[in-house]
Design a protein around this ligand. Sequence first.
Ligand SMILES: *Cc1c(COP(=O)(O)O)cnc(C)c1O
Length: 355
Amino acid sequence: MSHPRIHIGLAKIAANARTIVGMCAAHGIEVLGVTKATHGDPQVARAMLAGGVTGLGESRLESIERLKAAGIDAPMTLLTVPALSEADAVVEHADVSLNSELSVLQALSDAALARGRIHDAVVMVDLGDLREGVMPDYLDGFLADAVKMTGVRIRGLGANLTCFGGVAPSPENMAVLVRLARDARAAHGLALDWVSGGNSSALRLIQSGHMPAGITHARIGEAILLGRETTHREPWPGTHQDAFVLSAEVVEVKEKPSHPVGEVVEDAFGHVPDFPDVGDMDRAILNVGREDVAVEGLTPADSRFTVLGGSSGYVIVDVTPAHGSVKVGDRLAFTLNYAALVAAMGSPHIEKIHS
Ligand SMILES: *Cc1c(COP(=O)(O)O)cnc(C)c1O
């Protein structure tokens, strides 16, 4: 059986981490390596740690468990705010969690005390992206209650941008976070060593030297895994964009029309296809599909080829420029965007090959 495969270049991931960590360190910023797109792949995590990240971030407890079961003892941060019902498991598995609800913090505190521990919490502040976080006007009251919970230690403040509302980090919104941290230190006697300014969308601001002093921490995934900053998705200088390469086998290749023949109605996913008529073309069908990967996020390694689309089990590629040299049984390779990477790494049908 020849499954589709994802080839994972660990040396490239380590090199990318080294580049990002070095750039951030030059601006006084510590980097948490975000492995969540790999669903807790221990070898990817080790490569990031080899590249200098000081801890790992995952969005699911199961992924943290997977990393720990593989013997990785770096500090683990849970990047999604915990569900109230999982407080005990969060305290058991994660060293740090991001938080925005007092009831959850209270449950974490109780669970930590029951285990004779202190759990580290980062309080998220919403700076306008409208995903998770306490609104700035309510932060002081939130912290006044939080500091009374003896099972949690408020390790820092964090903000998440460019994730839901598409708001970019700026000197202005980052200065708000720095000011809130300064006020919180003064009012509540907190150390707040993590002032965590964001993700791969913060890299340009950091490199430009305009990230306000006082931002001490960043949580970086995509730029290390795929070598891109995320405000414009441009390749980050000195990083590899092909640390992950998907390949799948050609199961049919035929000359066919480019425009469907007959009445066109909805496709299997509820969209009405609109394929331009550009005459006959050589169409290769691959044994990977929407069940396994976000088809729109695939870019053929051979730049002459075009992904035409996909269905549950197939991806269809225009290979006309190869002039008949693509054969059944060949493998075609693709780089992936973040959505395609997340799906492919989570697909049991795709074999993971580390090198
Ligand atoms: C996913 C995530 C990150 C990492 O984002 P990238 O764009 O991959 O760098 C950082 N922080 C939080 C809270 C996240 O969920």
